[in-house]
Ligand binder design. Structure first.
Ligand SMILES: Nc1ncnc2c1ncn2[C@@H]1O[C@H](COP(=O)(O)OP(=O)(O)OP(=O)(O)O)[C@@H](O)[C@H]1O
Ligand SMILES: [Mg+2]
Length: 478
């Protein structure tokens, strides 16, 4: 069943039950009230009659009674009088009617009786007419002796018609309320269902790959919360979709790059080999050609090796031979090796570290890490300064490599740890690095050491890499 109908049924059944209970209670109260009022009225009439219905010589004051009946003819009230032996004396002496025994007993004890019963009313022609009526009996005593009983009687129809009128009004009120409830419940249910439908449509949109859905998240109920969660989910999905696209794009880029990088040296080598084969290369150039081929082959080997190295580190296939050694010395060695490259780029390279600075790491990998980062700094800095600072921190050795080079944007920083990433494709094919593997390997190595690497950079201002290596004691605890 559709949700809208379920909601309407729920809402309606509640209202109908509530309305029914209230109506029934109201009807029962008004009915009781009507009967009570009626009984009180009849009691009042008999009280008035008590003094004057029977004259002192015990004859019935017919004129007085008839007068009263005329006054109350609108209500069809009738009076009957019985003598002390339960014989009817008024309206007709001859009538056979008497008060039922069970009431007579109570009357003799001096109690008035109020009942709802069928009564037979004597008619002028001596026959009895049976009516449903409210009856009130009042015994009249004189010095302890029952003199006579007055009966006041009002046919039920007159009372019932008043009750019926009330019931009719209640029924009309009931129908109007029920109809209002139907309309109201329809609108309330439709509002809820519409909100759910909007969520459903949004789900469809997302299933189709359209993440541009906007949902109303105002309000504090569960549906609004669901809409808010849904929005979060959409954002997350959108992000991961973008991430997948980004990865895919980079993979495609790498395939193109890798093919390109390998084809260039291979084409060079091939050309030179053909030249040699057909003796097209002059004798004095042959040595140079062979040297060129060797360089190109080395480049290919480096490319393949670095890829293999990255995979090995990533999958935890390398063993780190960690020990504590003097780091200042290593920094100086690296600086010596890169001195020429720095001067070629017009850069000034400085080392600042205490002589006794130590680090707990795999020696060769430590050299690889620092070398890569410093080499990058030189590669991306023209006529600037590159500062390498080393110091001992809290249970760790800290190194920072800052340059005043081209820097990176925040977007570029996010990607530098990824394999084959080069922030700017135009930076490819420089004489230093070109595979985009350097930082990916550095990151993996530092993670394996239990250390951290952070980078801060501003475009056209410079870049600072900060690295930490935990001390022997710390690293063992891990
Ligand atoms: N000091 C730096 N200043 C500016 N950009 C940098 C710096 N260091 C790294 N980058 C950016 O990060 C990218 C990735 O660096 P990474 O060392 O991984 O690759 P690469 O230097 O291009 O190639 P290689 O694998 O030969 O090192 C670089 O291409 C460069 O765009
Ligand atoms: Mg590099």
């Amino acid at each position: 069943m559709k949700l809208i109908y379920q909601q309407m049924i729920g809402f309606l059944s509640l209202i109908i039950v509530a309305l029914s209970v209230v109506s029934l209670m109201f009807i029962s109260i008004t009915t009781n009230n009507a009967w009570e009022t009626n009984s009180r009225q009849l009691a009042g009439y008999t009280e008035t009659l008590e003094q004057n219905a029977v004259l002192s010589d015990m004859t019935i004051n017919t004129a007085f009674l008839a007068n009263n009946e005329r006054l109350l003819s609108g209500q069809q009230v009738q009076f009957l009088i019985y003598n002390s032996s339960n014989q009817q004396r008024y309206p007709f002496q001859t009538a056979q009617g008497s008060i039922p025994k069970k009431y007579w007993k109570l009357l003799k004890k001096g109690e008035s009786v109020s009942v709802r019963a069928t009564a037979s009313l004597p008619t002028r022609n001596g026959h009895n007419r049976t009516v449903n009526a409210a009856i009130y009996y009042r015994p009249v005593f004189y010095s302890g002796k029952l003199l006579y009983v007055i009966e006041a009687l009002e046919p039920v129809e007159t009372i019932q018609s008043a009750i019926n009128k009330t019931q009719k009004s209640i029924f009309i009120a009931f129908v109007i309320s029920a109809l209002t409830a139907v309309v109201l419940s329809y609108f309330i249910a439709r509002r809820q269902v519409e909100r759910i439908n909007r969520l459903r449509n949004a789900t469809h949109e997302i299933a189709q790959g359209n993440y541009d859905v906007e949902l109303d998240t105002h309000g504090r109920d569960e549906i609004s919360e669901l809409a808010a969660d849904f929005g979060d989910m959409t954002t997350a999905l959108q992000d991961s979709e973008k991430e997948i696209e980004r990865q895919e794009e980079r993979r495609r880029q790498f395939m193109a790059d890798a093919a390109h990088e390998m084809r260039t040296p291979l084409t060079t080598i091939n050309g030179l080999l053909e030249g040699l084969a057909y003796d097209a290369i002059p004798e004095d150039m042959k040595a140079k050609s062979i040297e060129l081929m060797r360089n190109e082959t080395n480049r290919l080997i480096r490319l393949v090796n670095e890829n293999l190295d990255y995979e090995k580190i990533r999958t935890g296939q390398i063993m780190l031979k960690k020990k504590t050694f003097n780091a200042k010395q290593v920094l100086l060695n690296i600086s010596n090796q890169l001195e020429k490259k720095a001067t070629d780029a017009g850069d000034q390279l400085t080392i600042d570290a205490p002589d006794d600075l130590t680090v707990f790491a795999d020696y060769d990998r430590f050299v690889q890490i620092i070398f890569n980062i410093v080499q990058n700094a030189i590669q991306f800095t023209q006529s600037g300064t590159i500062k390498v600072v080393g110091k001992h921190g809290f249970h760790q050795s800290e190194f920072s490599i800052s340059d005043t080079g081209i820097g990176m944007t925040d977007d570029q920083i996010k990607n530098i740890w990824e394999r084959y990433y080069k922030a700017d494709p135009s930076r490819k094919n420089t004489k230093y690095g070109e595979s985009g593997l350097g930082l990916a390997i550095v990151h993996q190595l530092i993670t394996q050491h239990g250390g951290t690497i952070k980078v801060e950079s501003t475009p056209n201002v410079g870049t600072t890499f900060t690295i930490t290596f935990p001390d022997d004691s710390q690293a063992k605890d891990m």
